[in-house]
Design a protein around this ligand. Structure first.
Ligand SMILES: [Zn+2]
Ligand SMILES: [Zn+2]
Length: 391
């Protein structure tokens, strides 16, 4: 078994012929750049792209396959130039009784995801674009995914606008029957939650949790990732790790301190404050307005069936990491210097010593990186779409 760094939620912004896949992202967010950034600058081994349902992305994948840039793997997935392994996935929006939910699916190969895409195109208005509404509940989509050899996971499960717990239900079994529930491959925590928060739901105990970047730009790839113990890097091995079969497993989650996420606490739309009052906050304590974006911590406090987390024996540790972009005063130049000295952002965040950092950075910045690593940095919580801050 070997150790692999895995980020399963990366968006494609534009395809190689200049057509948008995810509007309002960066033109640099192309498949080729994602593969380069993910492997060479972030140090990731397995990258899940979640827009492979788009024919525009499929066009790129087919071209890269024809040119030999991507090579199919026997266990599913594709190897890029002998380096990173790419998994073909899709994010889509389902319609449940009470609201909308984002969901993820991954498939062993392009052939399978093309069949899924053709089926979903009957329900989605523009299949070329990312994370589109499929006008179906997840209970109707999951069997289709299953039939095509794919896996299903709820995406950023607690975020306020579009997620199972944020806007649709208090329990997964309100949306899925027991036989379908048994087919859920895992649960994506989202940036504003962590394993401890999710372990306040007893029904989630059997599920593996994944922490992914949900990157909408190159620099955000790997801001959350999973460490997996696998025999090899491919689709089937990742599925086995999620199901914890034959020694395959997730051995650690790395993610933002949930307070840094964009929806951790309730945000008041009337007076533009992010609350720090005891959760759950539904009415702004500052101005009394009820026009709010409900926070992830607030929602979890309201609906969880356990007052404190109970973590099952299989649950791996969740390590907080503060990406370099959150370090106050660390600009683009310092970032480039660090990457050229240490190779990848992961090496800077987790391995570089204070002496090594101080050789290339000013001492204050070096100390801030270490403070962030120690978990002792003072943070202000995010909310309403605004990230939290390191003070
Ligand atoms: Zn989403
Ligand atoms: Zn207010």
């Amino acid at each position: 078994m070997r150790t692999y760094f895995v980020d399963l939620h990366i968006h494609v912004g534009m395809n190689e012929s200049g057509k948008w896949v995810k509007m309002a992202t960066s033109r640099k967010l192309t498949l080729a750049n994602i593969l380069h950034e993910g492997r060479n600058r972030k140090g990731l081994h397995i990258l899940g792209i979640v827009d492979a349902m788009s024919p525009r992305v499929q066009e790129d994948l087919e071209k890269q396959l024809a040119e030999g840039v991507l090579a199919p793997l026997r266990g599913g997935g594709y190897r890029h130039r002998g380096g990173a392994v790419l998994l073909t996935g899709a994010e889509f929006e389902t319609v449940e009784e009470q609201g909308l939910a984002h969901c993820l699916a991954f498939f062993p190969d392009l052939a399978a995801i093309k069949l899924f895409s053709a089926e979903m195109a009957k329900h989605i208005k523009n299949i070329n674009l990312s994370s589109q509404n499929c006008h179906l509940p997840m209970r109707k989509v999951l069997p289709v995914i299953e039939h095509l050899g794919g896996i299903f996971l709820p995406a950023h499960a607690f975020t306020p606008h579009k997620s199972i717990f944020g806007s649709c239900a208090q329990r997964l079994d309100q949306l899925l029957s027991p036989d379908l529930l048994a087919k859920v491959a895992g649960l994506e925590l989202g940036l504003s939650a962590d394993s401890a928060l999710a372990d306040r739901f007893s029904e989630l105990s059997p599920l593996s949790f994944v922490s992914n970047s949900d990157a909408h730009s190159l620099d955000k790839i790997g801001r959350e990732y999973n460490i997996m113990q696998l025999a090899d890097a491919n689709f089937q091995e990742v599925v086995m790790a999620l199901k914890r079969q034959q020694g395959r497993k997730i051995t650690a989650n790395y993610g933002l301190d949930p307070r840094l996420g964009k929806y951790h606490r309730t945000h008041c739309l009337a007076c533009d404050t992010i609350t720090d009052a005891a959760p759950p906050v539904r009415i702004c304590p500052r101005c009394g307005s009820g026009k709010i974006v409900f926070g992830v911590l607030d929602r979890i406090t309201e609906i969880a069936d356990r007052p404190v987390p109970v973590s099952p024996g299989h649950r791996p540790p969740y390590y907080f990491q503060i990406p370099l972009e959150f370090i106050p005063g660390l600009g683009k130049r310092a970032m480039e210097t660090l990457l050229s000295r240490f190779g990848t952002e992961m090496a800077v965040l987790h391995e570089a010593t204070e002496e090594q950092l101080a050789e290339v950075l000013d001492r204050v910045l070096a100390k801030r990186i270490l403070l962030a690593r120690s978990g002792a940095a003072a943070l202000s919580a995010g909310g309403g779409g605004r990230y939290g801050r390191m003070n």
